[in-house]
Design a protein around this ligand. Sequence first.
Ligand SMILES: [Zn+2]
Ligand SMILES: [Zn+2]
Length: 144
Amino acid sequence: MSNLAEWYGIECRKCFRHIVLPHRNPLGKSRHPWYWPKDEMQAWFLHPDCGYLSAYWIPEVHLIILEPDQNPLLFPLWRVTIPCEHGNCGIQISVHTRSKSKGGAGASVVEAIHEGCPLNCSKGHVVPEPSRLSIDEVPEIDEN
Ligand SMILES: [Zn+2]
Ligand SMILES: [Zn+2]
């Protein structure tokens, strides 16, 4: 039995550490064995350790082997949904981060944008001041 744990995740563009994605059932409805927002090729992730917010693409997801004492699931993954308020665009932008609390997840996304990480919708509209955030926890395991 292996004492290494296999996860899927992305590598932070700023500090090159990982953001681990929740597992998904590869034989179920999900197309990948990892979580990715539905119907999106590009997804936003905020790295909780360095606070850097950036967009990532599905091909950037890779297998991560962790030592048994490294627990990547210390904090839950949150999906922070922000509506694009440019004109009547209305596109919902999802930003993901791991945080101790729901409120902490929302606050760190707002802070990253204030500190200069650009966030835009899929039509390219920049979101200068995120508001009307809705925040949901993403389950670590979803067999459905
Ligand atoms: Zn980072
Ligand atoms: Zn937009």
